[in-house]
Design a protein. Sequence first.
Length: 366
Amino acid sequence: MKVRHILGISGGKDSAALAIYLKQKYPSLKIEYYNSDTGCELAETETLINRLEAYLGKIERLRAAEGSTEPTPFHHFLKVMGGFLPSPQARWCTKKMKLDKFEEYVGDDYAISYVGIRGDEERDGYISSKPNIQAVFPFRKNIWSLDVINKFLHKDNLDQIVDIYDRLTPDGFLRDEILETVKQPITKTFYYSKKMNALLDYDVKLFNHAVFEFLKTTDYPVGKLENFPLLDNTDVLVKDDIFRLLRESGVGVPAYYEEIPFEVDGKTGTYCRSRSGCYFCFFQQKIEWIWLYEQHPDLYKQAMEFEKDGYTWNQNESLVDLIKPERIRQIKLDIIRRQQANKEMNKGTTLVDILGDDIMCTNCFI
């Protein structure tokens, strides 16, 4: 049965590195690459995508609201939404401009969607509501999505999982201990993640092969495959690995990650962007808005023009207020303090290190 292998290139570091990693390690996988074009990306994002296309091969450009008279998909859907700007509480932009178009692209085909959530992140990524699309996370110790783990370890499937482990677990001094853990039911103190981590700590490959055998009895896309090479993968990739992959491949790190120095009150700091996404993304931190204002004033002005009728990108603060001189000074001094504190604790001082990836839409970067 045909199963499509699909990877979304968002223009960010993680999805780019994942595409490079899979091409290098699993060249036999026939992966389809796509990009969801919102019409509101930075020029640096388009540059990265073009470099990746030269390295990977064709990247399909998906664009929502095709045929609209509006200049970009975002303008189209903003009009449909009556001028209501997206926010962390109402993330209509991701669904309208990315998820819906991606699911239309897949159609009714069985598809495995490879997602670049790193091994040092505590979050789950995109999981489609369509049963024919299954997310897999190659950078993590646990490559399976939460819905798969919950089904695999559910009490109703305990006898089946015990039987699978009994067949797959080799003889050895840990066999009895592993099987004893498998037989232990989920309880309030031995919950899903605790049991999963215990089994992963015993043997990642064994766990993956057991999940694969279970998936063969379900309608999940991975279960339709004769074999799946990621079952024997024990790599766990973190942030430093991502930047290394990008540099060593020749694709390079997206330009918006490059730290730019600034000075205020005789003190120096640096700023950049901590992630990809639309130039007006509401998940940006205040210092990133200041970066946009000073490095791309035309785009900042466009973002300001979207704010009307009480709708603002930042809760309780308009972009007009954000760039008042004293406010810029406060924001820059705050990031200088945070960078200095990280330096004293021998931690990274870039915005990627300080801000991390936890304040973001888990579905946006597909």
